[in-house]
Design a protein around this ligand. Structure first.
Ligand code: G3I
Length: 336
């Protein structure tokens, strides 16, 4: 292929992909350079991996991704600064094992954000500042994480303020999944409206887009983007994949006899979904500023382990041999 997604979508949005350092050489690196113009570290910049002890940072993996991007002229989205998962062991406790106070936790958040954001200032154009702070249960507003238990809602406001102070030019995102579901959209909207009204420096919403053949509908996706645009926010699709299985919340083991099979019927439905999704996204030129796939190809996807351990999934546009799938051709097949 002598053109890639990034070329076909030049007039619309950046095309990105989530990567680990092991993808940055050989055929996967070639595919990245052919297709994409933006990278997101899949795990390397999360607080657990990058800040394993209070007085110790681990930069190697994150640096290698940023250096690769710099070398080849790709942009980088930073992921992420404040999340309830993949946190380091020391974060919420003092040296005696007691839970820290709000004051201490916010100081730790401040120091973490300043150190990481400043290191990559000018090299990372956008940050997922707060990730997944809304609860899964529609009855609740915010997730009852340790961040929330210790700081209340303030950790969200502070995270954005610290990030903005550290790099005033970075585009700051709130990032979450299932946001197109009407009940969740209302709650994310409520949070964003609060932040915008309070003049908190938030610029954009990341729709993770771990989608399935069933959802979201085109109308749900359209409504969601419109709602955030009405607040003056930009939108990016930050972690796109379209699972061939229905959404499941709980992790579980493979059932006897259950195997991941990519039937022609499932592929047909996936092609149609990809086509529909990109038709909607193209309608929001200027609002949707980036689309990032969560992994490069069906050779490796986090969905092989989640929610069902060891069940192969085929959610991306390139197959297990890194060749474009029929869905790829559907995505680039539009009047340029
Ligand atoms: O690095 C350790 C390794 O040292 C250890 O031996 C091994 C044994 O389990 O685990 C390795 O860590 C794994 C890590 O990925 C790196 O491969 C973790 O177990 C595993 O849980 C972790 O999964 C990541 C997950 O976030 C964590 O919740 C996935 O790769 C990553 O794709 C996924 O990404 C998230 C986004 O950040 C936020 N939105 C949802 C998305 C999918 O869950």
């Amino acid at each position: 292929l002598n053109k890639g997604l990034k070329d076909y979508y030049k007039k619309y949005f950046y095309m990105g992909v989530a990567v680990a350092p092991r993808h940055l050489s050989g055929p996967q690196a070639e595919l990245i350079l052919e297709q994409y113009n933006s990278l997101t570290p899949e795990n390397a910049m999360k607080m657990g991996p990058i800040h394993p002890r209070e007085d110790q940072y681990f930069w190697r993996d994150a640096d290698s991704i940023v250096n690769f991007a710099q070398h080849h002229g790709l942009r980088v989205r930073g992921h992420n600064l404040c999340w309830h998962e993949q946190t380091p062991d020391w974060l919420f406790k003092d040296s005696t094992g007691k839970q820290v106070t709000k004051e201490v936790l916010l100081k730790r958040l401040h120091d973490h954000i300043f150190t990481v954001v400043k290191r990559y200032q000018g090299k990372i154009y956008a940050w997922d500042v707060v990730n997944e702070a809304i609860d899964d249960d529609p009855k609740n507003f915010l997730r009852n994480s340790l961040w929330y238990q210790i700081c209340g809602e303030d950790f969200i406001v502070k995270a954005f303020e610290y990030a903005h102070e550290a790099d005033p030019k970075a585009i700051l995102f709130y990032n979450d999944y299932n946001t197109e579901r009407p009940e969740k959209m209302e709650r994310v909207y409520k949070l964003m409206k609060k932040l915008v009204d309070a003049k908190v420096p938030v610029n954009a919403v990341g729709l993770q887009a771990h989608w399935s053949l069933e959802e979201p509908s085109a109308a749900e996706l359209r409504n969601t983007i419109q709602k955030f645009a009405s607040l003056g926010l930009k939108v990016q699709i930050t972690e796109l994949d379209i699972s061939i299985y229905p959404w499941e919340k709980e992790r579980r083991a493979l059932r006897p006899g259950e195997k991941g099979e990519y039937t022609p019927e499932l592929e047909k439905r996936q092609i149609a979904k990809y086509k529909e999704v990109f038709e909607v996204l193209r309608q929001f030129k200027g609002t949707v500023t980036g689309v990032t796939f969560w992994n490069i190809s069906d050779q490796y996807t986090w969905l092989d382990e989640y929610p069902v351990r060891g069940r192969k999934n085929f959610p991306l546009l390139f197959d297990t041999n890194l060749k474009p799938k029929n869905a790829y051709y559907e995505v680039i097949n539009f009047k340029k």
